[in-house]
Ligand binder design. Structure first.
Ligand code: NDP
Length: 379
């Protein structure tokens, strides 16, 4: 049975509180929210996070993560209010990234004495691509915030393949450096494949080295590609367990789509990968309980592409001609029907930078046998 605004009505006794929580975005349900309302003695917060939109099982096949406790009276009230305000849970990557940065910072402090030095990240930039300059600056700022030392190297646009190779080898040998990132795109004339292959796989902060993609394929430990790893950590943070779920990844790039599919599969989802030659894309994406869109096509996915209750992660990022940013999905259409949705901006993007830091700090820990509690961030 469908209730108001298309939300099926499931009594709180059947729908777990976590389901209710996911319906109650803090900004949508202020009377029950934490923050300023906590002073009113309402013991409900919105930070714990497993959820499911309560669609009847025969509509979606299986429910996403029905977990733990039954609902309390307060929760029931919240549930009622949720019926009026059903919007997708916001997969807030910006907030999560800030939380993880604080953890990384704390844990660097803890391991500093044993390691004898801070973790180090080297970003190698070649040429003067303005967007790359901004990305690199953001990465350096993020390093500074958590106590990772930056070793920026900037070669001129006319640097030769050999010069870049030499710079990479120097960073491989530099004992202060735990992570190396070759900022892409490279100027014309440089071949990125042999350059990426030259990076010491254990210092591969981007997780894109062939060996590390092989390690991912085989389920072996190693640095993971930052964007898909960030998506996995976002899902995990919200208690969204892909195990047994139907996941669809739109896009099959080495940077995002392929490793994303492997990570979801490693987490026991049943994964379909769609791409530009996929016929009738909507019929594929509608099968998804978890949909990750990384097609690089502005706002190509709309409400007709998903089954209500789907978790949607929007990896795409585009500048609108009229200003502002958008993703690969039409967020306004999806918000009332999806169970959860990552915003653009503020979703996957901040998590990508954070996972770069995670890869660097984890490499530093392993190198110095520092026991840091980052296991939940290792995908
Ligand atoms: P690529 O262009 O390398 O890959 C795009 C993929 O999408 C390809 O596999 C392509 O298929 C597929 N595709 C293209 N059009 C369609 C379509 N109409 N239907 C189905 N599939 C389609 O892009 P990336 O993977 O590098 O990036 C994807 C998006 O994610 C971009 O917007 C990028 O800016 C963004 N991004 C965001 C990051 C972040 O941190 N937020 C990080 C990295 C990327 P085929 O293989 O057949 O060509």
């Amino acid at each position: 049975m469908l209730g108001c605004r298309g939300v099926s009505r499931v009594p709180p006794a059947r729908a777990s509180w976590r389901q209710v929580q996911r319906q109650c975005r803090p900004e949508a349900v202020q009377p029950f929210g934490g923050g300023s309302n906590a002073a009113q003695g309402v013991a409900v917060t919105h930070s714990a996070t497993s959820f499911s939109r309560a669609w009847p099982e025969d509509e979606i096949g299986t429910q996403l993560l029905i977990t733990d406790t039954d609902a309390s009276p307060t929760e029931e009230a919240c549930w009622d209010q949720c019926q009026q305000t059903s919007m997708a849970l916001r997969l807030d990557g910006k907030q999560l990234a800030a939380k993880l940065e604080a953890r990384l910072q704390q844990q660097i402090q803890t391991g500093l004495a044993a390691a004898g030095r801070s973790p180090g990240l080297a970003v190698l930039r070649v040429g003067d691509d303005p967007a790359s300059a901004v990305y690199v600056r953001n990465k350096e700022k993020a390093c500074a915030r958590i106590g990772v030392e930056s070793f920026g190297s900037h070669l001129p646009a006319n640097a030769s393949q050999q010069e870049v190779l030499t710079a990479i080898r120097a960073l491989n040998a530099d004992q202060r450096v735990d992570g190396i990132l070759l900022q892409l795109p490279l100027p014309e004339g440089l071949d990125e494949t042999p350059l990426l292959a030259e990076i010491d796989p254990d210092k591969d902060a981007d997780g894109l080295h062939t060996l590390n993609l092989g390690r991912l394929l085989k389920g072996e430990q190693g640095p993971r590609s930052c964007t898909p790893a960030g998506v996995m950590v976002m899902l995990r943070d919200q208690g969204i367990d892909p195990a047994g779920k139907r996941a669809v990844v739109v896009g099959r790039s080495i940077l995002v789509g392929q490793p994303m599919a492997l990570m979801l599969q490693a987490a026991n989802a049943t994964v379909t990968v769609a791409h530009s030659r996929t016929q009738d894309l909507a019929s594929i994406t509608r099968q998804a309980e978890i949909l990750v869109v990384a097609a690089g096509r502005p706002e190509m996915i709309g409400a007709d592409h998903i089954t209500p209750g789907c978790v949607v992660v929007d990896v795409g990022i585009h500048r609108r001609p009229e200003g502002g940013l958008c993703g690969d999905v039409r967020a306004e259409e999806l918000e009332p029907v999806a169970a959860a949705l990552s915003p653009v901006p503020g979703g996957v993007g901040p998590m990508t930078v954070t996972m770069l830091l995670v890869n660097t700090v984890v490499a530093w820990c392993r190198r110095h046998q520092v026991a840091l509690d980052l296991s939940d961030l290792v995908v």
